[in-house]
Design a protein around this ligand. Structure first.
Ligand SMILES: Cc1cc2nc3c(=O)[nH]c(=O)nc-3n(C[C@H](O)[C@H](O)[C@H](O)COP(=O)(O)O)c2cc1C
Length: 364
């Protein structure tokens, strides 16, 4: 009878086979993507993830074309391994950013922040890049594949940063059994190897992790930002609250701080001004959106963790120490291997033969 392995070497090979599709897609040792994090996923962290066998992704969302070009070149100086670039589809300079990626022969471009256009996907593919798209639902996954997406990321609402409404576990059940034609990577709330193993077993090609890499030694986040991560529990990573239906708030998951509270007060006062006729709804909406402008940089780069946005996923509770990126990746793989070995041991200890009544075990 087939059984799970109890030998760690075989368990490791098993995990390599489970993640083969994702490893082949990126050309990496591990099917683990470092999810792009604005201001943090720059040359140092990206190169560290790729050098350690994962797939680092530069966060191009807050960059213009010149900055992105410099960042790609600086990353190439630090690693000869594959890495990618994440672009935000509504960036006003998207075309120019795509051209930079193609000119720099970036192998994989992740299109985030809304549904990409067919033209953007086609331009990247014609230029030789593989295109990875975010899919928030099965119907969109199918549409993106028809549009030419080479791989998908499905990210649940446990994730840090901008989020959708559906949890990772439900998205995985909705999408993984249906999509076999392209690799699908699961993101959101993943902080340990056991979860990576489970999603691989469900059919994922690999996983994307963001929060787990914030406290990497190589991550340039301000030390107070890292300290907030070390202190933060899963329940502290909350979504932005909307208090008035007329003033929509883009859901973002971040550690609760003074700014979280002030944001609620701001919404109340803006809504009151709209009620009083002192502010038209469009201006009110701008005031709401303006509240968080530059807030991630303020916290992550400047270290103002009370007035900035400490974007973090619920997996923040699994971040326990500052450690080198290579160690983080090794920990994740070791946890996955150990989980498989434990299953093997449980199988051996509770096999039908050993636990069955002796008459059955004897084949009577
Ligand atoms: C501080 C921070 C900044 C992020 N910035 C971006 C971004 O610029 N673009 C993007 O596509 N995703 C961004 N994300 C999402 C990550 O790429 C990743 O998908 C997410 O962190 C996965 O969930 P996890 O944090 O539970 O691992 C960000 C996440 C964090 C924590």
């Amino acid at each position: 009878m087939m059984s799970y392995p109890t030998d760690p070497v075989i368990a490791r090979q098993w995990i390599d086979r489970l993640s083969q599709k994702g490893r082949d897609f990126f050309g990496t040792d591990y099917a683990i993507m470092g999810g792009a994090m604005s201001w943090l996923s720059e040359r140092n962290l990206v190169a560290a993830i790729s050098n350690a066998g994962g797939f680092g992704v530069i966060a191009g969302g807050a960059m213009g074309p010149d900055l992105l070009e410099a960042e790609i070149q600086a990353t190439k100086e630090r690693t000869s391994k594959p890495f990618g670039v994440n672009l935000i589809t509504m960036h006003p300079d998207l075309d120019a950013l795509i051209e930079v990626c193609l000119a720099q022969a970036v192998g994989h471009v992740v299109l985030a922040g809304g549904l990409p256009t067919a033209a953007a996907i086609a331009k990247l593919k014609e230029g030789g890049a593989k295109v990875v798209c975010f899919s928030p639902a099965l119907v969109l996954a199918k549409r993106l594949i028809k549009m030419g997406a080479d791989a998908l990321v499905i990210e649940g609402m446990e994730a840090g940063g901008h989020i959708g409404p559906v949890s990772t576990s439900v998205l995985a059940q909705e999408i993984l059994p249906e999509i076999r034609s392209v690799p699908v990577f699961v993101a959101g709330g993943i902080g340990r190897g056991e979860a990576i193993l489970s999603y691989l077993e469900m059919g994922a090609a690999g996983c994307q992790l963001g929060s787990r890499f914030v406290c990497a030694t190589e991550c340039v986040a301000h030390e107070d930002f890292k300290k907030a991560f070390l202190k933060g529990n899963a329940r502290d990573a909350v979504t932005s609250v909307q208090i008035d239906a007329r003033l929509p708030v883009i859901p973002v998951r971040a550690l609760s701080n003074d700014a979280t509270q002030r944001f609620i007060e701001t919404q109340k006062s803006v809504a009151a001004k709209v009620d009083a006729g002192d502010l038209d709804p469009k201006a009110a909406q701008l005031e709401i959106e303006h509240f968080w402008a530059g807030a991630l940089k303020r916290a992550a780069v400047d270290g103002d963790i009370q007035n900035g946005s400490i974007m973090a996923g619920q997996s923040v509770g699994l971040v326990k120490k500052i450690q080198p990126t290579s160690e983080i990746l090794e920990d994740l793989i070791t946890q996955a291997v150990q989980a498989l070995v434990r299953r093997g041991e449980d199988f051996a200890a509770h096999s039908p033969v050993s636990s069955a009544p002796s008459s059955l075990a004897a084949g009577a």
